[in-house]
Design a protein around this ligand. Structure first.
Ligand code: GDP
Length: 473
């Protein structure tokens, strides 16, 4: 009524004539609203609420080559437990020459940037392992340019080495091998490089193209060679970004700190983040009041590949969430309020989401459950078998995952009933439910999670189980 400049009472009267006994505050569906507006002589243009997102996801400036400037590579360190990921992260810090009297890298903000003797820069993600790496890959966005695969020379290729390779490959991210612990008596780099052949990593020493650098994180040897290898790889990749546009990128860490409120670390992918910018990430937004780097230094600007810690968000955005600068506070509010509503809607669709991964996690933590049931559906029998055996191998004596049913083919109503009966989520690999099954799942609060990469599926299950396990120290 308002938008048509009609009195509300007239619209109610009109509806009554049609036999609809509605009150002035009742909500109409879009189709009815359209009919009314047209009957009152107005032209209707339908806009989706989700249109607010369209302006938000501004695509790359019609890629203007002249604005593209070289940027530092972003690296992540992966590898088997105890092979020296953390030690290497620490050792690499010593190759930084920017510290000077200002002091070195002192804060853990989720990433640090090295300034090398050669003048080149490298941004290092400070959280080792593939959980972080996976989080950085949500929604197809790619935060990591190069993976450093750490393999201990005295231990060789191990299960998590192989997993790391698969993660890197799934993300299409090039690998540089760092054969670590070369100071040990048992070190055998050739064995490592030979073993890697089986996983299709052909190092230069084996006449392939993957660089393999021999290092000792403990004795701090081989580090210059490693940083040189990274710089070389980055040059090959010709990494560039436009520093002159509004910034966007990804949240890499966030927390709520006493006295400081929400603190988030952002990795800028393109553009330059400035003080006073208005930033949106997920359902939160904030005005950039202060930015700090890993040296605890205040920054006015943060360009491509820089990581900065930011205060001023109205909540802690999830790592892996993309962020972007928007023009006005009004715009930021529109987007975040829209997202908030979407989240609420999603939450009310399945009010008793008993069979969700979240609910499962809570139960596992409560120790009311020691086994996590899941139902697996896949496109072909082969992938179902592969998922079954991987998933059942997860966990430990205290808690493990159990596949209550695994089969190839679309998700049916009977699958949903089975899942419901066992309080199990449905893990769908390259398959979808039919209409009836989808409706049933919504009604019954059975969660269906979709995957197209096996490792993502396994990672998710592992994530739930690890809530129960002792944290890795
Ligand atoms: P992560 O689990 O991969 O992060 O491995 P850590 O960095 O925690 O290292 C595991 C163990 O290996 C620690 O006891 C380190 O001191 C040791 N370590 C790491 N790098 C080296 C190295 O180059 N040489 C030797 N001898 N020990 C190392």
């Amino acid at each position: 009524a308002n938008r048509m400049a009609e009195r509300g009472a007239d619209v109610v009267k009109y509806l009554m004539k049609q036999g609809d006994m509605l009150k002035i505050n009742d909500v109409l569906d879009a189709d009815t609203a359209q009919v009314i507006a047209e009957d009152f002589g107005h032209t209707v243009k339908r806009v989706a609420e989700s249109d607010v997102e369209f302006d938000f996801i501004k695509d790359d400036d019609p890629v203007d080559e002249s604005k593209q400037k070289p940027r530092a590579p972003v690296i992540a360190i992966m590898g088997h437990v105890d092979h020296g990921k953390t030690s290497l992260l620490d050792a690499l810090r010593t190759t930084d020459v920017a510290g000077g009297e200002a002091g070195g890298i002192t804060q853990h903000i989720g990433a640090y940037q090295l300034q090398l003797k050669t003048g080149a820069k490298i941004t290092v993600l400070d959280t080792p392992g593939h959980a972080a790496f996976s989080a950085m890959r949500t929604r197809g966005a790619q935060a990591v340019d190069i993976v450093i695969l750490v393999v201990a020379a005295d231990d060789g290729v191990k299960p998590q080495t192989i997993e790391s390779i698969k993660h890197a490959r799934a993300a299409d991210t090039p690998i540089i091998v760092a054969v670590n612990k070369m100071d040990t008596y048992e070190a055998d780099a050739t064995k490592v490089e030979t073993d890697l052949l089986q996983h299709e990593i052909i190092t230069e020493s084996m006449s392939g193209e993957t660089q393999s650098i021999h290092v000792s994180a403990k004795k701090k040897t081989g580090l210059d060679e490693l940083t040189e290898a990274i710089t070389l790889q980055a040059e090959l990749m010709d990494l560039k970004a436009n520093p002159t546009r509004d910034a966007d990128g990804m949240v890499i860490e966030s927390k709520i700190e006493k006295g400081r409120g929400p603190v988030a670390t952002l990795l800028v992918k393109r553009g330059t983040l400035k003080r006073g910018d208005i930033v949106v990430a997920g359902q939160y937004w904030g005005k950039v009041k202060a930015m700090m780097d890993e040296r605890g230094k205040q920054m006015k600007l943060a360009g491509p590949s820089a990581a900065v810690e930011l205060m001023g968000f109205d909540g802690a955005p999830t790592p892996g969430e993309p962020f972007a600068v928007v023009e006005t506070e009004q715009k930021a509010r529109e987007i975040t309020e829209y997202r908030e509503r979407q989240l609420k809607k999603a939450a009310t669709v399945a009010p008793s989401a008993l069979a969700s991964m979240e609910a499962m996690m809570a139960k596992l933590q409560d120790k009311t459950m020691s086994e996590m049931p899941v139902l697996v559906k896949g496109d072909v029998q082969g992938s179902v078998e592969a998922i079954k055996s991987s998933v059942e191998g997860l966990g430990n004596d205290e808690v493990r995952a159990r596949v209550i049913h695994g089969a190839a083919g679309a998700i049916s109503e009977s699958d949903i009933m089975l899942a419901k009966a066992s309080d199990a989520p449905v893990l769908a690999f390259n398959v979808r439910p039919n209409r009836q099954a989808k409706d049933l799942a919504e009604r019954e609060g059975v969660e269906i999670r979709y995957y197209s990469i096996i490792y993502d599926l396994i990672d998710d299950v592992k994530g739930v189980l690890s809530g129960m396990l002792e944290p890795e120290r």
